[in-house]
Design a protein around this ligand. Sequence first.
Ligand SMILES: Nc1nc2c(ncn2[C@@H]2O[C@H](COP(=O)(O)OP(=O)(O)OP(=O)(O)O)[C@@H](O)[C@H]2O)c(=O)[nH]1
Ligand SMILES: [Mg+2]
Length: 452
Amino acid sequence: MVFDWFRRRFTDADKPAEALPAETPPANSAPATAPPAPDLLAWAKTAYANTQAEAPAPDTPAVDHPPPAVAIEAVPAAADPPSPVANPPAWLRNEGDRQARLTALAATAREEAIAAPKTGKGLVFNEEFLWTAEVLAGQGRAPETVSAEEIVWLQRLRQGLDKTRNPLLSRLQGLMGGALNAEALEDLEALLLQADVGPEATDYILGRLAAADLPAAGALPALKGLLREMLDGPLATRSPLLVPVKNQLNVWLMVGVNGAGKTTTIGKLANLAHKSGYSTLIAAADTFRAAAVQQVQTWGERARVEVIANTGTNVDPAAVVFDAIMAAQARGIELLLVDTAGRLQNKQNLMDELHKIRRIVDKKAPEAQVETLLVLDATLGQNGVRQAEAFTKAAAVSGVVLTKLDGTARGGVAVAVVRQLGLPIRFIGAGEGVQDLKPFSSYEFVEALLAG
Ligand SMILES: Nc1nc2c(ncn2[C@@H]2O[C@H](COP(=O)(O)OP(=O)(O)OP(=O)(O)O)[C@@H](O)[C@H]2O)c(=O)[nH]1
Ligand SMILES: [Mg+2]
């Protein structure tokens, strides 16, 4: 069994893949409120025990950056008192005997875990674990289908969005607690603009909320629902998840300005695909910068994926792509990831080169499922979106990878990207390590952005 990250579920690598059902709930189908607390606690307890019993992935690469502290704390010995849970979620806070219940739960969850082989992941049954349980259960997931890495990732995403959430949330809760009058809407406008949501999307949100005539307590859930609906907008005409089609060649081209994170994203995606059971190959088609080939080769080693490269001088990137397609077809490769240059002598040259690469792919691999993913640095905010607009006009972009959400980025930029480009976000990056990129889920993103 491997955890297929693209499908977000465990699969049997030896069995042919079934047709893909939509696992991400449509924008409005996720419950606005959490399921009843007892169910959720039982859910969290089962998921915790499962993550402790989970066998390590066959060849998970060594983590190449310090993982988030929360994910790596050692599980206290059974005799230790469990750590108190600070800032519990509302559903837990409402319980009169919260601490006693949690103590009992942590103890029993650990007991169940002790019987199974330890993976050393060291997840702690604490407030953050309960938050991830709430988010995963809220999407209709069964606790048995959740992997430890998903939990670690959600915690990391939430931490990455701290800088947006912390100033936003307290003021937002204050605002949303009262009537949404003209003054409150004006304050909300300022908050959304500060979070990089962008003027167009901000106007749209304010218009919708003003028209909804919401009771005070309904404003925050309504805002969450609206953000999800906006983020999922482009999926109305597309598949909800971007998954490489099994037993067939898929070619994913990474394009974007220099420094956006294309090469890093290739490395992380190669790792994700390899671990998820897809045969994968990388084409080093950024031949403009001398160091680019070496950089992508290092990523290939980290992800245990072979790189097709030509280290000669004045190499035509389209020729590298040609070689890579030939190799992929000869070996029955499922996913070919193509790294491209972010800067050439001028913008026209760059666009011409991308066209040429695309023509080669279409000609030599007409059977392939081709995706062109625009890699976008989230820390650039509105400037990045404007740069991206120029790019999407020239290249037939089909989706976006938003990187650097762990840095100074303000998370609202995701909404601006989707609204202004009309493209779905397919993956998000929140760190420089090989594990720090995962498929995008609007539900998880909005929960992480506005987690209480
Ligand atoms: N913090 C953080 N840094 C990232 C992330 N993704 C990429 N980076 C960093 O951004 C820098 C540029 O990344 P590259 O992958 O080289 O960018 P590129 O788009 O390939 O750049 P060119 O090859 O010059 O066009 C590197 O230092 C990466 O480590 C991320 O999600 N978080
Ligand atoms: Mg690069």
